[in-house]
Ligand binder design. Structure first.
Ligand code: ZN
Length: 65
């Protein structure tokens, strides 16, 4: 079934992340583009925790346990 134009616009309106100056969507993983929770902007990393796990060793981080 074909989507109605209005329905599609409504969907996009409610599912596109807002442009913000602050808040969760301003944080974005520079490796995979993931936003929101789990993105580490501390120390200027800007990686999500998943990517951070993969690249941490290359960056010189050592696993403590
Ligand atoms: Zn990532």
């Amino acid at each position: 079934m074909k989507h109605k134009e209005g329905k599609r616009r409504k969907f996009e309106k409610h599912n596109t992340p807002k442009e913000r100056d602050y808040g969760k969507s301003t944080k974005e993983c520079r490796r995979c583009g993931r936003t929101g929770r789990g993105v580490i902007s501390k120390y200027g990393l800007d990686y999500c925790r998943q990517c951070f796990r993969e690249i941490a060793e290359d960056l010189g981080f050592e696993q403590l346990s």
